[in-house]
Design a protein. Structure first.
Ligand code: PLP
Length: 500
């Protein structure tokens, strides 16, 4: 007899519907599937057992199995995909709202985020804390040992050849591999349009240095990644925070108004999946943003560090692919998908490469050669696309589990983002909630997360927090999210979510 203990469809229909026993056979079958979804055996995006298997293993007719799946489709638990079968719907049961559109001040101001961010970074590096703080994937999710082999091989074969200064642009083979990868989503780049940098942070910094002067104003999303704010602060730039929707990105009308009435030197936006909101901007909206910027002769710096971690069918295009002739400086790195510790990123620009290279030369001369050589070999021969496919599945699953855990352990007034990619979640609590107070309490419980005010140039979002889903989903992480939910409930003085 085959071993069916791990076969979801083989388990008996056991759980009656809450409050009442299913009266029909198809309802009982449907409940079997609901139980499997609830306990995580069947996860969002997974294919449900075929109708034939469900029917045979539960000794039901095909039409009963079909009736059960139609019921689950109506309830939003499953979705039918033509010629493919039934799949567990993603996010089907989350009832919390998404964050409201942000309303930052319509005035550019100098940035000051330094000390709050450093406090977060210190705690985020503490391995004893539950790691919900920094947007870093855990090492075991990255292709670390395979990449190490490429590094060791490069060092063994030609170590002394790489103990040199590279040209300021960086290793040519790596730049060629980066240009080749871009072709997959229609980005036409020549290796000489690319400069290898020390992570995306240096790419952003060099891009800003190339086209701004102290005191200039940079239009940004709000909330945005605190590293961007730190770079603006270090370069003496002002930030104009734009109202931003958690699912669609910046408000076009606000950008247009700002461009008409203010002196904006550059706009800095995420290409895909802003950190911390995770939204995907449609191609049409990207086109409209670029048309506005071009009309006002304002260049764009785009940060595409999360572009490869998409949960949809295909990789969304960056701005630079949508309008190849536009004045764009494209920034990215391998830090979120492969090797945060190698510190390898890049900036690509047709129009400003000379200034970028002058900046590179003046700051770090060039990057270390060996990690670049190892990465070039890995991109050519290491199975990067397979690795990315797995990583996307894993992060989508982590996000889904985290959202469900938040849904059942946080107060009903919590709003939570539904990212289209990346691996962070943004939570918004009612005005007056203090995430810095929660941060202190969480540290005492051995948990780290990112308080919301780190993501604003104007001290906003103290009622918000960001949780990272970059680590394997374990009972420890689940318990930490539940503890945060209890602490939030306590601070708000609300009833437990079950009573609400
Ligand atoms: C949006 C965004 N840009 C840039 C960076 C910095 O990347 P890197 O580690 O490659 O310097 C991060 C890191 O969290 C990020 O989230």
């Amino acid at each position: 007899m085959p071993d069916t203990t791990n076969d979801p469809a083989q388990r008996p229909a056991q759980r009656p519907a809450p409050g009442a026993s299913p009266t029909h056979r198809y309802e009982a079958l449907a409940e079997t599937i609901v139980t499997l979804v609830d306990n995580g055996t069947l996860r969002p995006g997974m294919r449900a057992p075929s109708l034939r298997r469900l029917a045979a293993q539960n000794r039901a007719s095909m039409s009963t199995a079909l009736q059960a799946y139609r019921l689950l489709e109506d309830r939003g638990v499953l979705e039918a995909r033509p010629k493919s079968g039934f799949y567990v719907a993603s996010g089907s049961k989350v009832s919390l709202q998404t964050p409201a559109v942000s309303k930052p001040p319509a005035k550019a101001a100098p940035v000051s985020v330094g000390s709050g961010v450093l406090e977060l970074l210190e705690h985020a590096a503490n391995p004893n804390l539950v790691p919900l703080g920094c947007a870093i994937p855990s090492a075991d999710l990255l292709a670390a040992s395979r990449l190490d082999r490429f590094l060791a091989r490069a060092a063994r074969a030609q170590g002394t050849d790489y103990n040199i200064y590279t040209e300021p642009r960086g290793d040519e083979k790596l730049r060629t591999e980066i240009a080749r990868r871009g072709l997959q989503w229609g980005q036409i780049l020549a290796p000489q349009d690319i400069a290898v940098t020390c992570g995306c942070t240096e790419a952003l910094s060099l891009a800003l240095r190339a086209i701004t002067r102290r005191g200039d104003t940079v239009a940004i999303e709000s909330p945005t990644y605190f590293g961007i704010l730190q770079v603006l602060e270090a370069l003496g730039l002002k930030a104009l925070e734009l109202p931003t929707d958690a699912t669609e990105g910046i408000e076009l009308a606000a950008l247009e108004k700002a461009l008409k009435s203010k002196r904006i030197s550059v706009c800095l936006l995420s290409s895909n999946f802003n950190n911390p909101l995770g939204f995907a901007v449609s191609a049409a909206k990207k086109q409209a943003i670029l048309a506005l910027l071009t009309r006002h002769k304002v260049p764009l710096i785009e940060d595409d560090i999360y572009g490869d971690i998409y949960f949809g069918k295909e990789r969304p295009q960056p701005f630079s692919t949508i309008a190849p002739e536009a004045d764009i400086l494209y920034c990215s790195s391998f830090s979120k998908t492969l090797a945060p510790g190698y510190r390898v990123g890049w900036v690509a620009s047709r129009h400003h490469m000379q200034r970028v290279l002058e900046g590179k030369f003046a700051t770090t001369l060039c990057g270390p050669a060996l990690p670049q050589v190892a990465l070039a070999e890995f991109l050519a021969n290491g199975g990067y696309d397979n690795h990315l496919r797995r990583l996307r599945r894993v992060f989508a699953d982590h996000i889904d589990r985290m959202v469900r855990t938040i849904d059942r352990s946080f107060p009903r007034s919590t709003r939570v983002s539904r990212p289209a990619g990346g691996f962070v979640l943004w939570l918004e609590l009612p005005e007056g909630f203090d995430s810095r107070r929660l941060f202190k309490q969480a540290l005492e419980e051995g948990i780290c997360f990112a308080p919301g005010d780190a993501f604003s140039a104007s001290g906003r979002y103290r009622n918000c927090l960001r949780l990272s889903c970059g680590h394997d989903w374990t009972p420890r992480i689940e318990a930490a999210v539940e503890t945060l939910g209890a602490l939030v409930t306590q601070q708000l003085g609300e009833d437990s979510p079950e009573c609400a």
